[in-house]
Write a protein that binds this ligand. Structure first.
Ligand SMILES: [Zn+2]
Ligand SMILES: [Zn+2]
Length: 427
């Protein structure tokens, strides 16, 4: 048994915000209350800390199988735990692609053997994510996938999207799309605009994303399926999602910490600023922050995309897209959104817990009988992120050396510590 004493419990599911103790018994929460005592329990003193349901990351790349130089399930989940995530959803663009039950099972088994946090795989929508034939979605669901996506690429055609949606609706799975119009993408490396002109880098217009979001929303209307827009980065995309929600369609979306923090004006000839979708204009970034605050956006997701240093140490045009994200996500949310009064603390917690939970159809709450997954964090702890100290195998982040206010202090998964900040560890 583990007793979390003196914390500020923030539970979006019950709108609880107050001083409560939480008693964990094995895999489940036993009870919550004031001045709880349990003589046999280990006690964690959460004085001045927030106790939230375990965070869920809807979007990451763990690179195993196939790209273990960049990350493994072991190193990736350790980095996730340090970032406060109790569960992460890993995209299927591994080698081989997770497009069949045997790959799904190997990921689930590996995570059970060496993972620090829960790993919920996402299966490919099409075989090899090639955009041609449907993958073995039903068999992958039996093996443990929680959603489908061809992330890295959009689901190639409207016709395939319709098939995937019809299939996933009968299986009760959400369809996650990386929205991009291939013909407009056309070899671009950053957002098209004054900044791309100044840097002389090939631009990708904002409409490259929103055109595909529009297509997907239209097909969601046709099929009634659950559609989730990955790493949404533009105002135009957000308008489509808002309109879809207003119509009562089952459309949700996520935004990454880098897209609510940085803009195309921050891009340097440094490949740690190269990601897809690219950093957007200031107007788009401000629209995303509005959407996070007003409830139009459902989740913050990292799109943690580790790349081995050698692969990023090349010219901007030739570098792969993507940055790491687990260990800076909560700190960016606190520093950039909550402390700047753009978002309430409750809303931020919702974006990491009940919000992504709802996308997957998984309940997240602090109540007797719920899974003993908790994220405990400080809103004020001052620290500086050092990529060299990351638990990830990769170092590709634009946030190396950035000072933060607020940090994860402990991550509890199934009643056990997956991570404990050295400041909180008792002798
Ligand atoms: Zn993507
Ligand atoms: Zn991704």
């Amino acid at each position: 048994m583990l007793l979390i004493k003196n914390g500020r419990v923030l539970d979006p599911a019950s709108k609880t915000d107050g001083a409560l103790d939480v008693l964990l018994d094995g895999e489940k929460i036993a009870k919550t209350g004031t001045a709880l005592s349990a003589p046999d329990a280990e006690v964690f003193d959460a004085t001045a800390l927030v106790v939230a349901p375990g965070f869920i990351d809807l979007h990451c790349h763990l690179r195993e199988p196939g790209q273990e130089l960049s990350e493994t399930i072991e190193t990736g989940t350790r980095a996730a735990a340090r970032g406060g995530f109790a569960a992460v959803c890993c995209m299927p663009n591994t080698q081989p692609v997770n497009d069949n039950a045997s790959v799904t099972r190997s990921i689930v088994d590996r995570a059970a053997a060496v993972g620090t946090v829960r790993v919920w795989p996402i299966g490919a929508a099409s075989i090899g994510s090639k955009g041609e034939a449907l993958a073995e979605i039903a068999a992958m669901k039996d093996a443990g996938i929680v959603a489908v996506s061809d992330d890295g690429k959009p689901i190639a055609t409207a016709r395939l999207m319709r098939q995937v949606m019809d299939y996933c609706t009968s299986l009760g799975l959400p369809v996650i799309d990386h929205c991009e119009d291939a013909s407009l993408f056309a070899g671009g490396v950053m957002r098209e605009g004054p900044a791309s002109v100044r840097l002389g880098l090939k631009g990708i217009p904002a409409q490259c994303e929103s055109i595909c979001v529009g297509r997907d929303v239209e097909i969601a209307q046709l099929t009634g399926a659950r559609l989730h827009i990955a790493h949404m980065s533009t105002r135009g995309s957000l308008e489509y999602v808002r309109a879809a929600k207003k119509q009562g369609l089952r459309v949700t979306c996520e935004v990454t910490p880098h897209h609510f923090t940085l803009t195309d004006e921050h891009v340097r000839y440094n490949t740690n600023y190269k990601m897809n979708p690219p950093l957007a204009s200031r107007e788009d970034r401000d629209a995303l922050i509005e959407g996070l605050a007003d409830g139009s956006i459902d989740a913050i997701a990292t799109d943690h995309a580790p790349h081995h240093p050698a692969s990023k140490e090349v010219e901007f045009d030739h570098a792969p897209f993507g940055i790491t994200g687990f260990e800076t996500a909560l700190a960016l949310g606190l520093t950039e959104l909550v402390h700047k009064n753009k978002l309430s603390l409750m809303r931020l917690v919702e974006l990491f817990t009940t919000g992504p939970g709802r996308v997957l159809g998984i309940e997240r709450k602090i109540a007797a009988g719920a899974p003993a997954d908790l994220t405990i964090f400080s809103t004020d702890h001052a620290w500086t992120f050092r990529a060299s100290e990351s638990a990830s195998k990769s170092r590709n982040t634009p946030f190396d050396g950035r000072a933060f206010r607020g940090a994860p202090m402990a991550t509890i998964v199934g009643g056990r510590f997956a991570f404990r900040h050295s400041k909180t560890a008792q002798a």
